[in-house]
Design a protein around this ligand. Structure first.
Ligand code: TRP
Length: 334
């Protein structure tokens, strides 16, 4: 508890261009939660180097992500939004927790297996212990809740296991975090293959709408979205492409699927796609304008990056010192 509020931690990687799926599925939720919780939202750049990055590109994208956090509505005076690499306690706690995590546990991580297969030429130790760094992120802030997608659930489970193990040996040290599973959080699927999640790493640029896409591009991608030959607009699993378009439409307009289905009753897919495109533009255009606004004021962003890194470091160091003491590191001489 901080200021009478529960603590929330989450992070996002600055790799790839953020998609509409990231925005509607994650960021928008983060903003909705930011009043209720004491929030830490990190740009997890240390996780990003578990696969090779172009340094200049990583730096640029990290700053762009920070800008998007704010543009999406996370007030940097209220939410601690910061770069993971600016707070050295993350690396320090991760090292300690590595010594309380078993190889066998990491071996079971499905994301490691997937990524190792994808980057067979660079299966490094950081990729292997990625979940331990994630555990350090969460535990440093004594987070109560962690909003994560289903793909990160296993990492959250291992975080809980590590925390419980440590608490079991040394006594109450870490808060055991819980997954925050949002209300029917909008899960946005690929426009080209509606069985697959919309992903920033999809090779097919038509599969995803990027937050930076201009209106023409958005319209074109919506027009090309894969549907089916049923020629009826119903909200059901048998029509995954149409269902996905309706989900996007509802997430962007705040309408319910029932309302949307009624609205499109008797109309064709062309109409639906047009309406979806327009609803997406109505959400993304203002976001893009705010991004441009923030980019213009370098000092504004810089000052918040500095202040929030200090704030994060203060809290994180408190936990780190406690842990260092428990495992037997000598006290610092002051
Ligand atoms: N691994 C997460 C992802 O790729 C990002 C992340 C890093 C994270 N540390 C975290 C998410 C801590 C939640 C909490 O999506």
């Amino acid at each position: 508890m901080i200021n009478g509020k529960k603590v929330l931690f989450s992070g996002m990687q600055a790799t790839g261009n953020l998609t509409l799926g990231n925005y509607l599925g994650a960021l928008k939720n983060w903003v909705a939660l930011s009043d209720e919780y004491e929030c830490y939202y990190s740009v997890v750049d240390m996780h990003s180097i578990t696969v090779r990055q172009d340094p200049a590109v990583l730096r640029k994208r990290a700053r762009a992500l920070m800008t998007i956090y704010i543009a999406a509505g996370l007030d940097p005076d209220k939410n601690c939004i910061y770069y993971q690499s600016h707070v050295s306690a993350h690396a320090e706690l991760a090292w300690i927790l590595n010594c309380y995590t078993y190889m066998g546990e990491m071996n079971r991580m499905t994301q490691f297996k997937d990524k190792a297969a994808k980057h067979a030429d660079n299966i490094n130790c950081g990729l292997f212990t990625y979940p331990v760094l994630m555990a350090a992120d969460i535990l440093l802030y004594q987070a109560d809740v962690v909003p994560v997608g289903i793909d990160q659930m296993q990492h959250l489970e291992i975080t809980r296991d590590i925390a419980q193990r440590f608490n079991g040996i040394y006594g109450e040290t870490f808060t055991i975090p819980q997954a925050y599973v949002g209300k029917t959080g909008a899960k946005i699927m690929s426009l080209q293959n509606p069985e697959k999640k919309m992903s920033k790493s999809d090779e097919n640029p038509n599969a995803s709408i990027y937050l930076t896409d201009d209106p023409d591009t958005i319209m074109r991608k919506c027009r090309r979205a894969v549907t089916d030959s049923e020629a009826q607009i119903l909200y059901r699993d048998e029509q995954p492409g149409v269902k996905n378009l309706l989900n996007i439409y509802c997430a962007c307009t705040g309408k319910t699927p029932e309302e949307a289905v009624k609205e499109f009753d008797g109309r064709g897919y062309g109409d639906l796609k047009l309406a979806v495109g327009e609803s997406v533009i109505a959400v993304l255009k203002p976001l893009q304008d705010r991004i441009a606004q923030i980019e213009k004021d370098k000092d504004y962003l810089d000052s918040h990056i500095k202040a929030n890194a200090e704030r994060a470091a203060y809290t994180a160091t408190k936990t780190l010192r406690k842990v260092q003491r428990k495992v037997g590191f000598p006290d610092r001489i002051r």
